[in-house]
Design a protein around this ligand. Structure first.
Ligand code: ATP
Length: 237
């Protein structure tokens, strides 16, 4: 049996008449960690949205565990063990931290319940201290942690993190990287989009670089790390 979790072939996605993705191929396997990199506006988020059924690609196919599911529906793709932490935050501000987490709880595709409320509390001690606070009362960093906690409560096989550290204070950023490492080590496959290419390439097995809606690199993260020219050309500021 193949262990590909999520795969895309030849994706072309448009917003109105703007052609954003130009034939993108993508795949991630069980337990794999993948960095998705590229400068602003190159199409990383659009690629993720195209695979999750949040925007319908005009050409190409998306398959989840080998089943073609191009264009969604998103909830069916999520039920296949794929959790998405979008840029910006997706929590319920009027519910407490506890309620936010508990309402997301479910068993994974294979019935696994590794990520319990207690384990999320252990992973995010800061959230444990705020358990009865409303989601809206949390700092930006705590809200980001709660969003990741909610995703973990679904016991996913794949977690997609889009700019999880964006705009957060250095101390919180460090804590989020620690958590991402812990998630990776627990065996959950992860796709990590982040501007910090040094952090991304040190935590992932594989990296993809997207330039103007096309994949210009797909290979070992160590190859990116050891190639300053590649970094300068496609990722440097
Ligand atoms: N809803 C939308 N309608 C029209 N154009 C959009 C929309 N969302 C994104 N775009 C455009 O599509 C292109 C790709 O955007 P996308 O968000 O996928 O890039 P990105 O690589 O994720 O970069 P960023 O880090 O800035 O999010 C950009 O030119 C952006 O302006």
């Amino acid at each position: 049996m193949s262990n590909v979790l999520l795969e895309a072939r030849e994706l072309h996605t448009y917003y109105g008449s703007s052609h954003i993705l130009h034939g993108v191929d993508f795949c991630i396997h069980k337990g794999e960690t993948l960095g998705l990199m590229g400068r602003n506006g190159m199409g990383k988020t659009t690629l993720i949205r195209s695979m999750l059924g949040l925007v319908k690609p005009r050409h190409g196919t998306v398959s989840v565990r080998g089943d073609v599911m191009t264009g969604g529906p998103t909830h069916r793709i999520a039920r296949q063990g794929i959790a998405y932490v979008p840029e910006g935050r997706g929590i319920f501000p009027n519910l407490s931290v506890r309620e936010n987490l508990q309402m997301a709880a479910r068993a994974g595709v294979d019935g696994q319940r590794d990520w319990t409320f207690e384990r999320v509390m252990q992973t995010f001690p800061r959230l444990a201290e705020r358990i009865n606070n409303g989601g809206g009362q949390l700092s930006g960093g705590e809200q980001q942690m709660l969003t990741i906690g909610r995703a973990l409560m679904t016991n996913p096989d794949l977690l997609i993190l889009d700019e999880a550290t964006e705009g957060l204070a250095p101390l919180i950023v460090r804590e989020i990287w620690r958590v991402i490492r812990e998630i990776r080590d627990s065996g959950i496959a992860t796709v990590i989009v982040d501007k910090n290419h040094a952090a991304v390439t040190s935590i992932t097995d594989r990296s993809m670089i997207v330039v103007k809606g096309q994949v210009v690199f797909d290979g070992a993260s160590t190859e990116v790390r050891n190639n300053p020219e590649l970094i300068q050309k496609h990722l440097g500021v």
